[in-house]
Each structure stands twice: as structure tokens, then as C-alpha cells.
Write a protein that binds this ligand. Sequence first.
Ligand code: NDP
Length: 312
Amino acid sequence: MKQKILMIGPLMALVQEALAQNYDLLRYWEADDKDALLAAEGAKIKGIATDGHLGASRALMDRLPNLEIIVCQGVGYDAIDLEAARARGIAVTNTPEVLSNAVAELTLGMMIGLCRRIPQCDQYVRKGHWLKAHYPLTAELTGAQVGILGLGRIGKEIAARCCAFKMQISYHGRTQQANQPYRYYSDLVAMARDVDWLVVIAPGSAETQGLVSREVLEALGPKGCLVNVARGSLVDETALVALLTSGKLGGAALDVFAQEPKVPEALFGLDNVLLLPHVGSATVQTRRAMGQLVIDNLAAHFAGRPLLTPVA
Ligand code: NDP
């Protein structure tokens, strides 16, 4: 008999097709009466397939007494109640590594886009302004100081690309890492004070909530730029908007926000801001690799093999 898997939201077609073929797949988002679905099927559900945004709550786990595994399409698992999963002995997997290049290359794209004003230049040409005057001068990355908050898998890929752009690199994390050529700061405010760019790429968690505080943003200052490709929860968004609006922060390139998909409208009119709809890993090749990991982790679990990418 096929195992029952609850898919929380519509994961990519590749995953839906593979799971529908190999399991008894329940599409949670399509159920008009979710409560009735859980009442009828909850005890038979062995696995949850979800993503970093949809996650899996403690309340949902409470309804699935025989749940064995949660597979998450995404490296960030902050939307999954890990404590609840651990307490119930439920395995959790994510999709690390395979998305690091895509996120890192987008990060550099955002930085260049912001400092060279690429979206504005495009509008300048389309609107015919170039016929009347040259576009004003901008800034460049070459030689600038970048501080990376979270020199993990993605942070290291970002650092490598910043090196290629001849930037000076430093990082902040809870611990100094051996064999890293970059300057370590144990104090995030001190790093923010010294750099031109602060790139945020640490996980969302209770510990990192609001880590990029008003004090950090003020230290970055009117000539500094914030890049957030991690989670909106890491940044004090109210302070961010206030400082950008008042010119006390130089600029921001943001892929993630506190209340996605809602973005503070105060940012829409600002020239020193680049806004993206959480597309860090959203390329065809990376999403395929992430989807394949979801499929392979589920297969490994039900075959009694070790999981490929368990959350530690
Ligand atoms: P890793 O676990 O490899 O790296 C995380 C880094 O963050 C580590 O270097 C760690 O260093 C640091 N860190 C963790 N906690 C803290 C803390 N409390 N204070 C300071 N630094 C901390 O993760 P990845 O690089 O694979 O991914 C990072 C995050 O990027 C994901 O969790 C996800 O939320 C986000 N992401 C966003 C995407 C997007 O679409 N925009 C796509 C993919 C990922 P140390 O342990 O020394 O503190």
C-alpha cells in the first residue's frame, strides 16, 4: 500500500508528479474543508511535503499522530516548528548546497543593480530621457568593503564572488571560522560601522530575530547599503524604512520582507532601494535540484536508507 503524503502547498510540477506516482498524495491547499481532511486522513499521513514559506506548524503535527517525516523544499526551515518535530521524533529534511550558487549570483546582481542603478537606467532609456541628457554618475563595487552576516554555505559563495569584484571582505557570525581569509568581527555593529555593504545571509530563527537592529543600520549609515537575501525577520523593517526615508541609510536591496508578500509601500517611491519578490533560488535548474532532493529524501526515508540532507 502506498504511503500517504500531505503536500501543504503546490510544490513544483516535478515534485507533484513524482509524489503522485509513488505515494498517495493529498493536496492540502486544494481541500475546501481542511479540518475534515485531517479528521479523515490525519492518522494515516506519514509524510509532509512543504517549502520554506509554508512550513509546518505544531498544530498541524498534532493532527498527524503517525507522521514520520517533513521534507522541505528550501534550505531555510524557520517556518517549520522544529522543536515540535523533535519532540515527536519526526525527521526533517531541507535542501542545502544546491541553491547556494543561485542565491549568491542574485546577491551580486542586486548589489550591482542598486549601486549602478540598473533598473533606473533601463527606465531612462525606455522613457526617452537619454535623448535629452546622459544618466547621472553612479557608484561601483570595486574596492568597496562588504560585511557578510552569516558566512555559511551561501555566505561563502557570496564572498567568493565579492572577491572577484575586488571588494574587501569581512564577516560576522557567532564564531570565528578557521581557515577563512576574511576579517572576522565578533561585534555586528562594529562591522556595520566599517563597511559600505552589509549582506545578510544568516538563518531566520528566534536568535536572529531583529539582529539587524536600528543600531546596526545607523552604524551602516548614510553611505552604507543593506542587502537582505536571508529572511525579513532578521531586520528591523520599521527602522529600515525610517532610515531609508530620512537619508540616514544609503540604500537597500531586498529579496525578503517581514510580511511577505506585503512590502512596505513607503519603499516604493525611493530611488535608493531595489525590491525583489523573494526569488533568491528561483531558477529552473536550482528549483529542479531542490525538488529532486525533496523526492530523494522521501524515497530514502521509506526505503529505510539514510536521509540525504537531514536538518541537524
Ligand atoms: P548555513 O547554515 O550554511 O549558514 C548560516 C550562517 O549564519 C553560518 O555561517 C552561521 O555562523 C550564521 N549564523 C547562524 N546563526 C547566527 C546568529 N545568531 N548570529 C550570527 N550569525 C549566525 O545556511 P545557508 O548559507 O545555507 O543559508 C542561510 C539562509 O539563507 C537560510 O537559512 C535561508 O533563510 C536563507 N535563504 C534565502 C533564500 C532566498 O530566496 N532569498 C534562498 C536560500 C536561503 P555561526 O554558526 O558561526 O553563527
